[in-house]
Design a protein around this ligand. Sequence first.
Ligand code: PLP
Length: 416
Amino acid sequence: MTEREGDTGDGQGQANADATMLVHANSRSGRTAGLLNPPVHRASTIVYDTVEDYLNRHRHIYDGVIYGLYGTETNHALAAAIADLEHGFGTVLTSSGTAAITLALSAFLKAGDHLLVIDTAYRSTRRFCDEVLTGLGIEVSYFSPEIGAGIASLLRPNTRMVFLETPGSLTFELADTRAITNVTRERGIITALDNTWASPVFFKPIEHGVDISIASATKYLSGHSDVMLGAMTGATEEIYKRLKDAAARWGSAASPDDCYLVQRGLRTLDVRLERHQRNALELAAWFERQPEVRKVLYPALPDHPGHALWQRDFSGASGLFGVLLDAVSDKERSAFFNGLSLFKLGSSWGGFESLMVPAWPAPARSCGKIEDGALIRVHAGLESTNDLLRDLEDAFARLRASRAEPAMPRSMRTLP
Ligand SMILES: Cc1ncc(COP(=O)(O)O)c(C=O)c1O
C-alpha cells in the first residue's frame, strides 16, 4: 500500500492482517475435506436422514444447509470470509450489489417510515428509493454528504434508517461516517453504508458505527468482470438475522458458482487493490497536469476536499476516480473516446481492466449544485501505467486536434 501523509501505521497493520486472512479464509474447518478452496455445492433439494432431522431443519436456518435458497457450504464459506473482513457478525449474499442495497432497505422499512439517503448515492439506489419505496408509503429525503452531525436536524419522529455511500458515486465526496452514526445510534436509527468503492479492505464501516455494510461483490471482491454478486453484513446477530430473513422472504438466492468465483477473487483482493491504487495515483497525477483538466476527483489526492476524512477513516483508495474537464462538444467527446485502445468503455468497474466513461451526475442529485463541465469516470485497471498513459496521451491529442479543426461549413453539415 502507498505511504500516506499522517498514516499512523494502524491502517497498514490492519491491511496486512487482511492480506493473510484473505489467503487463508477457507471454509469452515472440517467441512470441506481438506480442500484449499471450498468446492461448488449446488443444490435446491436437501434430503434428511430422519423425519426428526427434517422437522428440526429450521433450527439451522441461519447457518446450516437446509434448502437451496438459504445457501450451501459454498455460500457459507464466502459469507464467513466477508464477515471476517468486515469485522461484522454475519454476511448475507445476494444475486447482485443492487439486490444487497434493496434488500437491506426492505429489511427494516415499512409504510409510514422515513428514510434519509445521501445525495451522492449510486443512481440505482436512488431509483429504488424514488420509484419503489415511495410507492410503498415510505418517505424518502436526501441530504448533502457534508452533513456530518447536522443530520440530527433532519431526523423526524418516524426516521427509521439512514443510507450512506462514501465516497459518493461519480463525484467522490467524503461523508463523516462517525459523526453521522454518533447521532443515529443514540436515536436507535439503523445505518447502512454502500462500501463498494473502498471494499472492506480499505474501509470497515462497522468499526465506524454502521449497522449494515454493503458491497457489490461484482466489483473488487470478484475482480474479474464476470460475476454478479452482492453482500450485506450485519454488525450484530439481530441485524444479520433480519437481513437473512429479508433475503429469504424476497426469494433472493446467490448462485454457488458465483460464490465460488468470488471466493477465488478474494485470494488476490489485497494485492489487486494495492495495484489499482498505485495505478490510480499515477494516472490521477498525470490528469492533473493536463491543461484541459479542471479537477481530479480522487480522495487520495491531498487537494481533494475530503482528503483529511479519507486519511482518518480509510487505509487506502481504490482505482475509481473522476476527471472534470471544461465543457466538450459532442464531436470532441467522440474524438476523445473513440480510438481508445486499452481503456474500454464500460460501466461495471472493479475488474482487472481499465475503463473510462462520460458521466452526468446532475440528474441524480437534489442537494447542492453540480459543477458544470465534462465529467469522465476513470477506472485504473491492472495494466502497466506506461501503456495506459500512452493511450491517454493519444486521447488528449485527438481531443486537441478535433478542437483545432475548422468548423464544418453549414452547407456540408446538412449533406446526407
Ligand atoms: C457504488 C455502487 N454500489 C452498488 C452497485 C451495484 O452493484 P451490482 O452491479 O453488483 O448490482 C454499483 C454498480 O455500479 C456501484 O457503483
